[in-house]
Design a protein around this ligand. Structure first.
Ligand SMILES: Nc1ncnc2c1ncn2[C@@H]1O[C@H](COP(=O)(O)OP(=O)(O)OP(=O)(O)O)[C@@H](O)[C@H]1O
Length: 416
């Protein structure tokens, strides 16, 4: 798959279950027999918070846990640093099992390896912004000068340089959350756990914070587990997304994987209203074994044969290194054949747009208006042709679920 899948596994969660209530053992036994959450509540008065969750978080990714209220997201993230004690299952951090750590070891892990950013910021009102940002370091006993230096760096990273001496009450919600983030970053943890960190913010500030987080992530490449009930937020910031319902993981995948291949009716209903244009990419839509013309081998006659067999009046051309060169049209190629030319190079049109595999439908749509052939998808580095995206696929994706632009697009497509 992608580069990311080759990276190290930072967190591994195996069959994690958390049950609230006194009769946990009894409830767990029922759960293992397949009894439902409602039935378990009725029989034992215990609530199943998380039900046999398993997943892996890769180093350097933003892993989003998403679900409606009560689906178990907070319970699950709090199991990762054992703020909630799992009833069953394991949590591995860098290969060692956190669920077996003693109190001292656990405290070390929390202070050094995993920092949490909360929805309600959790700032101390009588401490300055600098002291708040340095608070995690103070807890772990770092000398003042060192912790202040690290806290200042972290404040700069989140765009709060110059505010060090202010107090939280003087800051807006967005700024307070930046301090919360700076405090977590100052610890330089391997993993950031963000529990609905932006949910309390106004929409515009929320969007700014998401952008900010993505920029910070570009630089720092932390492993981030991020909880949200907002699907748009999950799609915007998540490298991969988990969708939870009733404590159970319904699906894990990239936004695109989830959208193109929802694992259940629940997920399908959930993602139904998402604007697919901004998510579906060339990589998903392309057919990757297109008929093409090799400039060094195929003369006009060979090219015409290929076009007729493929039923196309234009085909892409590549050189001997499989680099995409452009297109030839049937009508031009026929003229070359008549003139007994031996190469199609005179018919080659190089002024055609090509796209990379991460281009979204939205980015590709403007390219269809004046070109009648499929769009060439080329490798960003080598220029090799990876595949072609048919214009009809673009239109189908763009117009799914009654998009308003449907008529306009179909008209455009008919014109060309
Ligand atoms: N301390 C608790 N005692 C008993 N049941 C709890 C407790 N905390 C959570 N639950 C229950 O566990 C389930 C999962 O709750 P959790 O708070 O993890 O969901 P959530 O997806 O984070 O929801 P929200 O977005 O509302 O915070 C729910 O059924 C909830 O009622």
């Amino acid at each position: 798959m992608t580069e990311k899948s080759k990276k190290n596994i930072k967190l591994k969660v195996e069959d994690l279950t958390l049950i609230f209530g006194k009769r946990k053992k009894e409830a767990l036994a029922l759960l293992n027999k397949g009894v439902s959450k409602e039935e378990i509540l009725r029989k034992t008065k215990c609530t199943v918070g998380v039900n046999k969750a398993s997943f892996e978080v890769r180093e350097g990714e933003i892993f989003v846990i998403m679900g409606l209220s009560g689906s178990g997201k907070s319970t699950l993230i709090r199991c990762l640093n054992r703020l909630n004690e799992p009833t069953a299952g394991k949590v591995f951090f860098d290969g060692h099992d956190i669920t077996r750590e003693g109190n001292k070891e656990l405290l070390e892990t929390r202070r050094h390896e995993m920092s949490m950013v909360f929805q309600k910021f959790g700032l101390l009102p009588h401490k300055t912004i600098l002291e708040n940002a340095a608070f995690g370091l103070e807890l772990r006993g770092e000398p003042k000068a060192e912790r202040e230096k690290k806290a200042l760096d972290a404040l700069e990273t989140v765009g709060l340089k110059g505010y060090e001496d202010q107090y939280p009450a003087a800051m807006s919600g967005g700024m307070q959350q930046r301090v919360g983030l700076a405090r977590a970053l100052a610890n330089d943890p391997a993993v950031l756990l963000m529990d609905e960190a932006f949910s309390a913010l106004d929409p515009l500030i929320k969007s700014d914070m998401q952008d900010e987080l993505l920029q910070i992530q570009d630089k720092l490449r932390k492993t981030i587990v991020f909880i949200t009930h907002d699907l748009d937020e999950a799609i915007k910031i998540g490298d991969r997304i988990v969708i939870m319902k009733d404590g159970i993981i319904e699906q894990i995948g990239t936004a695109e994987e989830i959208l193109t291949n929802p694992a259940s009716e629940y997920v399908e209903a959930f993602v139904e209203k998402v604007d697919r244009k901004t998510i579906i990419t060339a990589e998903t839509l392309m057919f990757n074994k297109p008929t093409l013309i090799q400039l060094a081998k195929d003369g006009p006659k060979g090219a015409i044969r290929k076009m007729r067999t493929a039923g196309m009046d234009a085909l892409p051309v590549e050189d001997e290194n499989r680099k995409f060169l452009g297109y030839v049209w049937l009508k031009d190629t026929l003229k070359l054949a008549e003139a007994k030319e031996t190469s199609v190079s005179k018919a080659l049109r190089t002024d055609v747009p090509s796209v990379y595999k991460d281009y979204t439908v939205e980015e590709m749509l403007p390219l269809i208006s004046n070109h009648r052939y499929p769009l060439a998808v080329v490798d960003e580095k080598s220029g090799k042709l990876l595949g072609l995206v048919a214009q009809t696929s673009l239109i189908i994706e763009a117009t799914r679920y009654g998009d308003e632009e449907v008529n306009e697009l179909i008209e455009k497509a008919n014109d060309i």
